[in-house]
Design a protein around this ligand. Structure first.
Ligand SMILES: NC(=O)c1ccc[n+]([C@@H]2O[C@H](COP(=O)([O-])OP(=O)(O)OC[C@H]3O[C@@H](n4cnc5c(N)ncnc54)[C@H](O)[C@@H]3O)[C@@H](O)[C@H]2O)c1
Length: 331
C-alpha cells in the first residue's frame, strides 16, 4: 500500500511510518518540522526510515493548501494517516491561533485532498481531550463531546465535526482516533514522561498537578496497532467512526513518578500543585468499539512501558542528551 503520513516525523507518526515500512508498505511522510519542540528530535526520529528505499520525506506545511496538493500528487496515496498537529494542552491557551491554523485549517486541507481523489480512506488523529467536561471516565465515543476545556481540545473537536460533514456530503471514509496520553520512545519533550525523567535525572523537584490526577497512559506500540487497524477499517467499510485508542484503567500520575524514580534509581521530590483548569482530573478509555471493529488490544502495562522508556533514554542515539543518565551523557 502507498500510505501518506502527516506529522510522520513526530512522536507517534515516526512509529507509524516505521511499522508501515516493516510490513512492506510505501510511506510518504509530510512534516513541517515545526519548532513547538526541538526539530532535531524529529530529524533523529526519521533517520532510520530515511535509509529505506520505500520511504520518502516531504517537508511541507499542511496549512498551505497548495503544498498539501503537491504532496498528494507526489505520493498518490491509497490511505492517509493524519497526525500533523499542534499538540499540547497548556500551550494552546497561549497560542490558540497556531492551533486553529494547523489543526483546523491544515486538517481541512488534508481532508479536501482526500476528497478530491475519490475519498482516500483516512485515519484522523484526535484526542481524549475532546471529552472535556462532557463525560465521566471511562469515556465513551457516543457522548456529545461539546464542552472542551482548552483551545487544543476545541480545535480537535472542530476538525472531527468537519470530518463528519465530509463523510455526510462526500462519503469520505474516515476513522477518527481519540488517543489517550501516549508515551514511549521518541515521546514528546513537553509531556509528563520526559519532564519527570529530566527532573529526576537532574535531582530537581517534580511538580505534580493534583494528587488524584490519573491518566490512561498508553504505550505507543499499542496505539500504532490501533492506527493500522483503523486504516484497514476505513478502506474496507468506507464508513465514519470515532474510536477511543487508550487504556481502560486510569493510573495516578503519582504512581508514574514512583515507577520512574525506581527505574532510574533516584529519589523523587514531589511538590503538589493545583491542576490547571484546562485539564481533566481523570482520563480512561472505553475501548469496546475499537476492540470489536479495529481489533485493538492494548498489551503493554505501565510497568513494562516505563522500562522500555528508560531503556530508550539510556541506550538510544535518538534520545536527547538531557534524557540520558549522567554516565551516558558524559560518554
Ligand atoms: N501524544 C499524545 O499523547 C497524544 C494524545 C492525543 C492526541 N494526540 C494527537 O496525535 C497526533 C500526533 O501527536 P504526537 O504526540 O506524535 O505529536 P508530535 O508533535 O510529536 O507530532 C506532530 C508532528 O506534526 C508536525 N507538524 C506540526 N505542525 C505542522 C504543520 N503545520 N504542517 C506539517 N506538519 C506539522 C510536527 O513537526 C510533528 O512532527 C497529533 O494529532 C496529536 O494531537 C497525541
Amino acid at each position: 500500500m502507498r500510505v501518506l503520513v502527516t506529522g510522520g516525523a513526530g512522536f507517534i507518526g515516526s512509529h507509524v511510518a516505521d511499522r508501515l515500512l516493516a510490513r512492506g508498505d510505501e510511506v510518504f511522510t509530510v512534516d513541517s518540522f515545526d519548532d513547538y519542540y526541538d526539530p532535531e528530535q524529529k530529524r533523529r526520529n526519521v533517520r532510520a526510515a530515511s535509509a529505506n528505499a520505500r520511504y520518502r520525506l516531504i517537508e511541507a506545511d499542511i496549512s498551505d493548501a497548495a503544498a498539501v496538493e503537491r504532496a498528494f500528487d507526489t505520493a498518490r496515496p491509497e490511505a492517509v494517516v493524519h497526525l500533523a498537529a499542534r499538540a499540547g494542552v497548556r500551550a494552546s491557551v497561549e497560542q490558540p491561533l497556531a492551533y486553529v491554523m494547523t489543526n483546523e485549517v491544515g486538517g481541512l486541507h488534508v481532508l479536501e485532498a482526500c476528497r478530491r481523489r475519490g475519498g482516500v480512506p483516512i485515519a484522523f488523529a484526535s484526542t481524549s481531550s475532546v471529552y472535556g467536561a462532557s463525560s465521566e471516565p471511562p469515556f465513551r465515543e457516543d457522548v456529545a463531546a461539546d464542552r472542551p476545556l482548552s483551545p487544543y481540545a476545541a480545535s480537535k473537536r472542530a476538525s472531527e465535526l468537519m470530518v463528519h460533514a465530509y463523510h455526510h456530503v462526500h462519503g469520505q471514509p474516515a476513522a477518527i482516533l481519540r488517543f489517550f496520553t501516549v508515551y514511549g520512545p521518541r515521546g514528546r519533550p513537553d509531556m509528563a514522561f520526559a519532564g519527570f525523567t529530566r527532573a529526576l535525572l537532574e535531582r530537581r523537584e517534580l511538580r505534580l498537578h493534583g494528587e488524584a490526577t490519573a491518566r490512561a497512559f498508553t504505550f505507543v506500540d499499542d496505539i500504532v496497532d490501533g492506527v493500522l487497524g483503523a486504516i484497514g477499517w476505513a478502506a474496507r467499510t468506507r464508513a465514519l467512526g470515532p474510536f477511543n485508542l487508550g487504556r481502560s484503567e486510569p493510573v495516578r500520575v503519582r504512581r508514574l513518578i514512583e515507577l520512574l524514580a525506581a527505574a532510574l534509581g533516584v529519589e523523587a521530590h514531589v511538590r503538589v500543585v493545583e491542576l490547571g483548569i484546562s485539564e481533566s482530573p481523570v482520563t480512561a478509555a472505553c475501548v469496546d468499539r475499537a476492540r470489536a471493529e479495529l481489533g485493538y488490544d492494548p498489551k503493554v502495562p505501565l510497568e513494562l512501558g516505563v522500562e522500555r522508556w528508560c531503556d530508550w533514554c539510556e541506550r538510544s542515539e535518538e534520545a536527547p542528551a538531557w534524557l540520558r543518565p549522567a554516565s551516558r551523557a558524559r560518554a
